[in-house]
Design a protein around this ligand. Structure first.
Ligand code: IPE
Ligand code: IPE
Ligand code: MG
Length: 236
């Protein structure tokens, strides 16, 4: 009998455990990051096949700048490689790709590739895929407040108009529904500054599996767990 799964509209993932994956194999951390990046394509396809409409992944946090320079360089190299054929990937899979986070701190060529990718994939109607780059929730909220207060000062909005919907429209995730389900791999059980506002009512799931081992079946198991949850929003 076909298994009945409840499919989350929006899944957010914290892709954690690349370093430990490499360490277990006595390999450099960079290999863990490369394997992690490969996994991402499989998970995008699998999520789309399952009927997930939005997938948001944490690729680089505002705190990750504290990592050693050579590790940051490796992560940026992997990002450049990803972006290099991302237009084709978006087209082949009918994916709309957007980046959340403050990209102004990234190198100019990366910023350009991101803008181009967002532009050319904007009309794709399949999976909405968001990549969080130089993303931190607190930073996102402060940037939102700065723009919002500037609009107030300019008379474009009035302070008493401010409600949750208006505030959300200043966040990087505007037009994207809140995640229903948050998965963090590698057994760590914290948010690490990810989607704090947006995850107010998300279900959380913390599998032990390290991100480079998180395959299609692991995603399916995660959705099984989600299916078994009794979601409540404050009511009875
Ligand atoms: C996640 O893996 C990737 C990024 C944060 C960029 P980690 O590099 O955090 O792996 P661990 O947590 O050290 O195993
Ligand atoms: C969170 O993972 C950020 C990403 C996965 C990109 P980290 O591994 O950087 O988080 P902490 O430092 O363990 O909280
Ligand atoms: Mg980590």
């Amino acid at each position: 009998m076909e298994e009945l799964l409840k499919i989350p509209v929006h899944i957010a993932i914290i892709m954690d455990g690349n370093g430990r994956w490499a360490k277990k194999r006595k390999l450099p951390r960079s290999v863990g990051h490369q394997q992690g990046a490969k996994r991402l394509e499989e998970i995008c396809r699998a999520a789309a096949e399952m009927g997930v409409k939005y997938l948001t992944v944490y690729a680089f946090s505002t705190e990750n700048w504290a990592r050693p320079e050579d590790e940051i360089a490796t992560l940026m190299k992997i990002l450049r490689n990803y972006l290099a054929d991302s237009i084709k990937k978006a087209r082949d899979n009918n994916m709309r790709i957007r980046v959340i986070g403050d990209i102004s701190r990234l190198d100019l060529d990366i910023q350009k590739s991101i803008r181009r990718l967002e532009e050319v994939s904007a009309s794709n109607t399949g999976l909405n895929f968001q990549i969080a780059l130089n993303y931190g929730s607190r930073d996102e909220i402060l940037r939102a407040v700065r723009r919002m207060t500037a609009d107030c000062r300019a008379g474009k909005i009035q302070p008493d108009e401010l409600d949750e919907t208006l505030f959300s429209s200043y966040l990087d995730t505007k037009d994207i529904p809140d995640p229903d389900f948050l998965i963090r791999t590698s057994g760590e059980q914290r948010l690490s500054n990810y989607l704090l506002w947006q995850c107010a009512y998300a279900e959380f799931y913390f599998p032990e599996v390290l991100w480079p081992d998180f395959d299609k079946n692991a995603l399916k198991e995660a959705v099984r767990q989600y299916t078994a949850r009794d979601r409540r929003f404050g009511g009875v």
